[in-house]
Design a protein around this ligand. Sequence first.
Ligand SMILES: [Zn+2]
Length: 330
Amino acid sequence: MRHWFLLPINLITLFFLFFVVVSAQKDPTHEEIMEERMNYYLKFESVLVPWYYLAAVDQFERNIQQVRNDIPNKEGIIALQFTKDYWVGRLNPNKDDTSPESIAFFAGSGLDGNGDGYANPDDDEDVLFTMATFLSGYGKSEEDFVLALRDYYKREETVNQIITIANLYKHFNTLDLNEHAFPIPVSHNYSYQGTWGDKRGWGGRRIHEGTDLFASYGVPVQSTSYGVVEELGWNDYGGWRVGIRDNHNTYHYFAHLAYFNKSIKVGDIIEPRTIIGYVGNSGYGKKGTSGKFPSHLHYGMYKDNGRTEWAFDPYPSLRLWERQDKDAGL
Ligand SMILES: [Zn+2]
């Protein structure tokens, strides 16, 4: 994870050794996969773009592959993939072309990243080099990165999600941001049930998109993940609410708070267990409305699949994080 990996000779040697070591094992550990992935990103950063831009695009692609049926799940360390037309050129009659010369002739984008003479869309280095070259065509600043992403994905929510991932990777200088926490410190009294899809009376015909965690007024509410604070303020359904976007294309929604942690604002980067506010009974009316129901935290999870964002049931995640926090003695 250190930048001395970038010394060219060390890089090549270490990269080779690492590959040999990893490929000699049957099941690389989570840490080994993360480290190998990071080595790939670092390999192309010095000449082209910061590693966390490449890493963010790759992670976004990994996230959407897990929730989409219309795109293949790419095997291997790197998730990034291109359409055949993008890789070989739309007018190229050979959709499996790997010749850099004929791909270039047909204005395809596929490149040979490791100098083996082939532009192979199944080769992680060729794929990363192709994306790094595309991104670097716009420059190295965040504004340039935004422009490149807009051109490539043509969807503002996707650009926002990838920028969020990039900022998290840059801030924490690691890919390993998978830790989660139960939204209420488990030492407090609380209760909750799977209430997914229950009908709700207020605000017309709606179904309940989330889980209600009942606890006393003023009990702390903590972040369940690493993430960026995207919303913080009033909304007529949720009252005082906070929205946090993480590195897995998930938006975490905390509603009906009594009040916020005053030191948190929109755009802040936070960690699991950062206190974001306190359990309350705000909402179901105009700004400041409270007391229409018992104090509880409404917790919702929304997933962006690159086309749309939808709510999914947070109950199984809550059960898992609760057990993990209790096992850790928190
Ligand atoms: Zn609720």
